[in-house]
Design a protein around this ligand. Structure first.
Ligand SMILES: [Zn+2]
Length: 112
């Protein structure tokens, strides 16, 4: 249910954009998905396939861009790109890091 409500929110944004561009149908939707967004690309596609029916995005292709996980170290202040398995600073190895990005699910744009 979580995924489908995320997807409905996304499609609402898509429909608003399509309306602004006077588009009757959409060819492609591009989203940016972070590994910490709480939704996997697979779940997003599943939910999208269920949610898009009857919308202007019904025949649109969903492109998922993968956002990196970036953290800022509280010890050395450096920013690093990390993986889900290891969120430690890559410069000094400290585990006291703040998340800068990786949680996002953003609509990048649509092609009409
Ligand atoms: Zn550090």
């Amino acid at each position: 249910m979580h995924e489908s409500s995320i997807c409905r929110g996304l499609l609402q944004q898509v429909e608003t954009l399509a309306h602004e561009q006077n588009a009757a149908s959409i060819k492609r939707i591009t989203v940016r998905l972070g590994p910490l967004s709480g939704i996997t690309p697979w779940q997003l596609e599943e939910a999208y396939n269920h949610t898009r029916q009857g919308t202007t995005a019904e025949y649109a292709e969903l492109i998922i861009e993968h956002a990196p996980i970036r953290v800022k170290c509280k010890q050395c202040n450096a920013e690093s790109e990390v993986t889900l398995d290891d969120l430690n600073c890559t410069h000094c190895g400290d585990s006291q890091t703040t998340l800068l990005s990786g949680e996002e699910l953003i609509l990048v744009g649509i092609t009409v």
